[in-house]
Design a protein. Structure first.
Length: 578
């Protein structure tokens, strides 16, 4: 089912026979955005509607009259369309749905801020709990972790490969479990379980125990990211998601800033109780993430209308806030009312989502875009130790790159949403990295260590496009069921790319890894080609759909809306973003 915003754009474009339907881009370049009121006499408003706000960014940039109506146009304002988009009777918030509901900016903006504090802030802390135990092996490497366990680079590669493989294989099953039990139950359970395993790495004895722990942590963490993305989508509109996802992944970068600082102190405990410093690092950080998992049991809620609990008798929202929160989300994307939040995915729906080939271009990008970055990132601390920086220096020197990629990621995510473009910013990210990677192939081995450090730091400061891709996938999924599966499939493609990345730098190519960097250059060039093909494909599909819609008479268009079996992005009234 298309989002209300997309329907507004597409309905007017198809029914008026215009020649341009370039999704968000066209609507944002030609303000005001096309809305359902452009459909003409068929629209009968039950009450005043606020001026169109074309994007989250425009809402923030403009000076709004807080007493002005904030309710945006929707398919529910068109009696000819509303019946096709009303939420299912078993949707958990259906009792709050009211298409005639109106509210002001003075009511909506504080409500969104409240949801940010309750949901977005928690999601960022939860991501910290995910990234700390999966990434602290990098800090452990600076404390002779491999040498203490009698492991080599290839053993390290195998451990990371097994971790990512387990993570990948657990993605879809975890999503299905989460959809059946609810993210509010499954996510805290995951966090508690992986924290226990992560802390138990204190007792590692050798290769077998190391590999076993990597597999268990990967298996328990799989599906966590798509689960949280689905949870966020319950509370926020589609245009509000990209920046919140950018904040979500910014927390990963900030974890990579905080983790070295923690490690710089904890690793000084080497010798305490006769133990290596990395053992204390695993134990202390495991206890920290366990506490976050326990806190999440009390912090998460099932839905907007289900926030009350024994320890929270008043809930998060007032009755008025609940009604606004539900209706603003449904008016933006009616497909969010398709399923109950405890409703499992049937095999038929699972298969249909798997076969949605219109999402495959984004999956293909997920398979390639991060390989150059991930390879360099995973070997960053080992590279620094190879450049003769000590343990403390190696941990602290990783911080500038984390700040750099945070800034560039937020900037590009902002611009991609503001300009309604995805492919161009993905291409820019690859172009950012390629000169640095190529320079690592050709520079002399005698190059000063600070010059080498500067090159790798610039590479790792690149504008990470992952949040943009996740929002892209969610937008093109166009239903709760498909969105549940597609988030897992996209993340699986990313995990596959990580598995590839962990096996490009090999011992026989050390220490400069010139052969490996040639492979990374190839991946960067391939990804640029894939972005171009993706943009061409989605633009072609938009043109094809427009022609098919315009070829129908008004009676045939009405019949199509009443009887079509097309679902999700295959509907003629859905426009792709490229």
């Amino acid at each position: 089912m298309p989002s209300a915003k997309d329907v507004g754009l597409k309905e007017s474009a198809f029914e008026t026979g215009t020649t341009e339907i370039n999704s968000e881009t066209s609507s944002r370049k030609n303000e005001p955005q096309v809305n359902v009121d452009d459909l003409g006499e068929a629209v009968r408003d039950p009450g005043p509607i606020g001026p169109a706000i074309s994007s989250f960014w425009k809402k923030k940039a403009d000076r709004l009259n807080l007493e002005e109506v904030a309710t945006q146009k929707s398919v529910f304002d068109n009696p000819n369309l509303a019946t096709y988009f009303k939420p299912n009777s078993d949707y958990e918030n259906v009792h709050l749905f009211d298409p005639s509901e109106r509210w002001t900016w003075a009511e909506e903006l504080p409500l969104v801020r409240k949801m940010d504090w309750k949901v977005t802030a928690w999601a960022c802390v939860a991501f910290f709990a995910l990234d700390l135990p999966r990434g602290n092996i990098s800090q452990a490497n600076t404390d002779n972790f491999l040498e203490d366990l009698g492991l080599g680079t290839n053993d390290y590669n195998l451990g990371q490969t097994l971790f990512r493989t387990a993570f990948l294989l657990a993605e879809l099953p975890s999503q299905l479990i989460s959809k059946r039990l609810g993210p509010d139950i499954w996510i805290p359970a995951q966090m508690i379980m992986w924290s226990i395993v992560a802390g138990s790495q204190f007792f590692l004895t050798g290769r077998a125990s190391f590999l076993t722990c990597r597999v268990l942590i990967g298996m328990l963490q799989g599906g966590f990211i798509p689960d949280i993305i689905l949870y966020l989508s319950y509370f926020f509109k589609s245009a509000e998601m990209p920046f919140r996802l950018a904040l979500f992944w910014m927390c990963m970068r900030m974890t990579d800033v905080v983790a070295p600082l923690i490690a710089a102190g904890v690793l000084q405990m080497r010798g305490v109780d006769g133990r290596e410093g990395w053992r204390w690092l695993f134990l202390i950080e495991g206890i920290l993430t366990l506490s976050i998992g326990i806190w999440s049991c009390f912090q998460m809620v099932p839905s907007i209308s289900q926030t009350k609990a024994r320890w929270r008798p008043n809930g998060w929202f007032t009755p008025r806030e609940e009604k606004i929160a539900v209706n603003r989300v449904l008016r933006d994307d009616p497909s969010k009312g398709d399923m109950h939040n405890r409703e499992g995915i049937s095999l038929k729906l699972l298969w249909r989502a798997l076969c949605d080939y219109n999402l495959w271009p984004i999956y293909a990008l997920g398979l390639t875009f991060g390989v150059p970055f991930t390879t360099q990132d995973q070997y960053y601390t080992l590279t620094l130790r190879g450049l003769n920086f000590n343990t403390l220096q190696s941990n602290l020197l990783t911080i500038p790159a984390q700040f750099g990629t945070t800034i560039t990621m937020l900037t590009c995510t902002y611009l991609s949403e503001r300009l309604g473009q995805r492919s161009y910013f993905g291409i820019f990210a690859q172009i950012w990295m390629l000169p640095g990677i190529i320079s690592l192939i050709v520079i002399p081995a005698s190059t000063a260590r600070w010059s080498m450090y500067a090159i790798v730091t610039i590479i790792l400061s690149y504008p990470y496009p992952h949040p943009m891709h996740v929002a892209w996938t969610s937008r093109h999924s166009n239903s709760v069921g498909t969105r549940t599966v597609s988030a897992a499939l996209y993340n699986m493609s990313v995990q596959l790319s990580n598995i590839i990345a962990y096996n490009i730098f090999r011992e026989d190519d050390a220490p400069l890894y010139r052969r490996g960097n040639k492979v990374l250059t190839g991946f960067g060039c391939l990804t640029i080609v894939l972005y171009i093909l993706t943009k061409v494909y989605y633009n072609f599909q938009n043109i094809r759909k427009r022609k098919m819609w315009n070829a129908l008479s008004p009676e045939q268009q009405k019949e199509y809306l009443e009887s079509t079996t097309d679902e999700g992005s295959k509907r003629l009234d859905f426009v792709y973003v490229s």
